[in-house]
Design a protein around this ligand. Structure first.
Ligand code: NAP
Ligand code: MG
Length: 477
């Protein structure tokens, strides 16, 4: 941890000021690679929530009337400052939650892109449009509470803050507690970029107190939530009495259909990178790999060889996998590996325990199961760890049926040489973003869930529109 990037006590940034009068409870922050304490986080209470909401409400009165040129200029300053602080952010994230530093740097690049893409989008966006005999205006929703998770925190904070501010909303960001250092660097960037007081506020602390209070608060107009489906449902319920808009980006159990004509090298790369990167802590990970029976043996041989070649270790070094984010996550993943064994799936590689049993960090063995059926818990439930479930299918209709037989619908993947056929298969997958012959999602295209994977969209113009109200002006105009 560089001393300049983060402080020992992470606190709240409200109305353009870091709170120094705060004297409540703190929690320790720990580096999952070592178990070492890296600092403390102040736990916001209801008083801080009220102050942040009041600041955002007051700032909304002026900020919502700023011109597009003003916002573009502000976004240029944010992008420049974010670029200057990119390495501090990457280090803070890796220290907080253990993603290998190379992956953290890529995510920071994607985070900066959230601001630069709004610079491109804003000038052409029809905030004021004449549609036949009436006018359509797009107004900011108001004060938005932004509650992202911890798995790609730099991107997940930016993909909410950038469109919200672009729309003219003012915001209160509540990062996941374990990535509070990353939240602190984010607020430092906003402060240094001259975002006006009250337009951006940071509250650190617990989701169960701060998140709940924001979801229920009558002064908050919208909650943008990314996280687990269970918590997303609770947020929706907490927000119901005040009729807030709730945008949900929730969990996933995405299928990767390897078509019979697939280039197996590409299929293996997609499967292994998609499931194993960030130690499987990717909402859109293709955790169910659907393989046609004739290809199965060859596919499994290649997957085993690729997975056995992955390096697991200190995320500040050049490794493929760091630790999972914390002790709780480690035990959850261990439980699921045992569930897979108990359910009768065939362990191809990996398995229970740490790769190096003497390591103090929360490292997991990248694990592959074959002979998985789609009714097993390892095929139905989100594990959020480096665990691949390989399911065999008999024909394309069967593959699509299995892919769609899930309560989730976040992403899908299709690998096949005949691109037209691959696109036809993609069109039949009930999920918000389907990737053909690749593994990386497209940050300029809408992303979000069908079914229990949520109801909101992030990225691109669709992400901006989450934060806009539609007003019609009609009559004798
Ligand atoms: P989580 O436990 O649901 O927490 C998400 C966020 O909600 C955190 O900031 C958390 O704060 C906060 N929170 C917790 N309880 C709350 C409550 N009662 N009211 C309001 N906010 C509350 O999820 P996670 O463990 O951080 O992240 C993993 C999950 O996120 C996975 O299910 C994954 O699939 C999903 N995810 C989805 C997407 C997507 O785009 N669809 C992207 C990434 C991750 P604290 O952590 O401080 O308690
Ligand atoms: Mg959690």
């Amino acid at each position: 941890m560089t001393a300049t990037a983060t402080t020992d006590l992470v606190t709240h940034y409200i109305n353009g000021t870091w709170t120094t009068d705060w004297a409540g409870l703190t929690n320790e922050l720990r580096n999952p690679a070592t178990g070492q304490v890296t600092g403390r986080v102040a736990l916001a209470g209801l008083d801080e929530v009220d102050r942040a909401v009041a600041a955002a409400r007051a700032a909304f009165e002026t900020y919502s009337h700023t011109t597009i040129a003003d916002r573009v200029a502000m976004f240029s300053r944010i992008a420049a400052e974010f670029t200057r602080r990119a390495e501090d952010m990457a280090i803070a994230v890796t220290t907080d939650m253990g993603i290998p530093i190379a992956g953290s740097r890529i995510a920071v690049g994607a985070a900066i892109l959230q601001f630069t893409s709004m610079i491109d989008t804003l000038p052409g966006y029809p905030f004021h449009d004449v549609a036949g005999d009436h006018i359509i205006d797009k107004d900011p929703v108001g004060v938005a509470a932004l509650i992202p998770p911890w798995n790609y925190p730099s991107l997940q904070m930016a993909e909410k803050v950038a469109p919200a501010l672009a729309a003219g909303c003012t915001v209160i960001l509540k990062p996941a507690e374990i990535v509070s250092h990353a939240g602190e660097v984010f607020a430092q960037i906003m402060d240094a970029a001259g975002v006006p007081a009250g337009v951006f506020n940071l509250l650190v602390g617990k989701g169960s107190t701060v998140g709940t209070a924001l979801s229920k608060h009558p002064g908050v107009d919208m909650v943008a939530f990314t996280g687990s489906t269970d918590v997303g449902i609770q947020v929706q319920k907490d927000a119901a009495d005040t009729v807030k808009r709730v945008s949900q980006e929730l969990g996933g159990k995405s299928a990767h259909i390897v078509l019979p004509d697939a280039d197996l090298d590409l299929a293996v790369t997609t499967a292994v990178n998609g499931v194993m990167s960030n130690s499987g802590q990717t909402c859109a990970a293709p955790t169910r790999t659907l393989v046609p029976a004739p290809l199965l043996d060859d596919f499994l041989r290649r997957v085993k060889s690729a997975v056995d070649g992955l390096t697991v270790g200190d995320p500040m070094k050049e490794v493929d996998l760091g630790p999972v984010a914390n002790q709780t996550q480690w035990h959850t993943v261990q439980d699921y590996i045992q569930i897979g064994l108990d359910e009768g799936a065939t362990l191809i590689t990996g398995g229970p325990g740490k790769p190096d049993p003497t390591a103090s960090g929360w490292y997991v063995r990248p694990t592959v199961f074959a002979d998985v059926t789609n009714n097993m818990r390892i095929a139905r439930e989100e594990i959020f760890g480096p665990v691949m479930s390989v399911i065999t299918y008999t024909g394309i209709d069967d593959a699509i049926r299995i892919a769609n037989d899930s309560e989730y619908g976040l992403a899908g993947y299709v690998t096949g040489e005949d691109t037209d056929q691959a696109k036809r298969v993609a069109a039949r997958i009930r999920a918000g973003q389907v990737v053909v012959n690749a593994v990386t999602p497209n940050l300029f295209a809408p992303f979000g869930g069908y079914k229990h994977s949520g109801n909101g969209r992030i990225w691109g113009t669709a992400g901006l529109e989450e934060y806009l109200e539609t007003k019609a002006i009609v009559g004798q105009i």
